[in-house]
Design a binder for this molecule. Structure first.
Ligand SMILES: Cc1cc2nc3c(=O)[nH]c(=O)nc-3n(C[C@H](O)[C@H](O)[C@H](O)COP(=O)(O)O)c2cc1C
Length: 347
């Protein structure tokens, strides 16, 4: 291709709403930092996501840490990026303290016009968005919410969110109590709501994006593939290597806060299951999980750490650079769509 020839682009409702170049999201990968990765993805024309520090931080301290992450990201990119906050509410409908602190920190941060230019999106996940929605509405933020079922998508739409992330059961990290896989979930969600839908779960290249568009989605959200990435500099490189080394079918689903989670096996996971079998309180289990997750991500403890990863880890064989990966993914998706069109025979 001549150097002056414009690169082909995939323009969707999602890219138009967010004002970004490519329909590719790097999703939340808590509970450790993803500031450098998020900035790299946004700088490459996708949407990067800053993750929260953890759900067992004292809420005020956690909110200050997150504000620091947001300011760091603003120093690394002038493009739109997101923050992910898992949300939960108690039996009275009140947002849980940690969720309220993190959502509050995001809403407060965008009062600064320099931050608001870049931090354009909040992505909620885990519990229903209704209680958090009341805090987010009026902030000027685009609100994306992640679901694992069609009814959840319809309710989130009714709550007023702007974008749905439909996350299939094969996804890494927190997955869903009702195991609906991406291929079944996404067509149902795109039929059920009239707002942009982002497919999450099992994407590693342009084939995933081409399939997402064919299923009516407007973008893809990627987790595991972006962990094994040179730009994920906040994390220990051993985590990326563990994903590259993972074999197909090695991942396991285990009970976690907000339902099941998908990870690679480790002694840390065996110990967690043993602790749960003793009847340990939810608080103790949650603290254990947060510490062990951060041990894996920050310190590279592949033995004692908890190692969330999707089924796709069995198909990831190399370390990527965001700046070349994203344009290659777009070009691959376009080539796949063209090839599929060429296979159509009009009888
Ligand atoms: C290491 C890891 C940590 C994750 N942490 C979070 C999180 O804090 N919040 C969240 O909403 N999803 C989290 N997820 C799920 C991702 O945001 C995303 O939905 C998922 O990875 C997409 O599926 P994939 O891994 O097949 O690409 C995590 C996933 C991984 C692999």
């Amino acid at each position: 291709m001549n150097i002056d020839t414009p690169r082909p682009r995939l323009h969707t409702r999602f890219t138009a709403l967010l004002g970004i170049e490519h329909p590719v999201v790097q999703e939340g990968l808590g509970p450790y930092k993803t500031v450098q990765l998020a900035a790299a993805v946004s700088n490459a024309g996708g949407l990067g996501t800053v993750s929260i520090p953890g759900i067992t931080e004292e809420p005020g301290h956690g909110a200050r840490l997150l504000r620091g992450y947001i300011e760091e990201a603003c120093a690394l990119t002038t493009r739109p990026f997101a923050v992910n906050v898992p949300v939960g509410s108690d039996s009275t409908g009140k947002v849980l303290a940690f969720s309220a602190a993190y959502v509050g920190a995001v809403v407060e941060a965008v009062r600064d016009p320099m931050i608001a230019q870049r931090l354009r999106v909040i992505t909620t996940s885990a519990g229903p968005p209704s209680a958090a929605r009341r805090m987010i509405a009026g902030s000027g933020l685009i609100h994306m919410h992640k679901v694992g079922g069609t009814r959840q998508a319809i309710r989130a739409r009714q709550d007023g969110v702007d974008v749905i992330i439909a996350s299939g059961y094969e996804a890494g990290g927190h997955t869903h109590s009702r195991p609906v896989h991406t291929f079944v979930l996404v067509p149902s969600v795109t039929e059920a709501v009239d707002i942009p839908v982002v497919l999450a779960g099992g994407v590693r290249d342009g084939r995933g994006l081409a399939a997402a568009l064919a299923m009516g989605a407007d973008a893809v959200a990627i987790g595991t593939r972006f962990v094994a990435c040179r730009d994920n500099r906040d994390w220990h490189p051993a985590y990326a290597q563990r994903i590259i080394d993972a074999r197909e079918g090695e991942d396991v689903v285990f009970p976690a806060t907000y339902g099941p989670s998908r990870a690679l096996p480790s002694q840390g996971l065996t110990d967690l299951l043993a602790l749960a079998a003793t009847g340990a309180e939810e608080d103790e289990l949650t603290r254990y999980k947060d510490v062990r997750l951060i041990a894996g991500q920050r310190d590279g403890d592949m033995v004692g750490g908890l190692l969330p990863a999707g089924q796709i880890s069995g198909a990831i064989l190399d370390l990527i650079d965001v700046a070349s990966f994203i344009p290659a993914l777009i070009a691959d998706a376009i080539a796949r769509i063209e090839r599929a069109r060429g296979q159509v025979v009009l009888a």
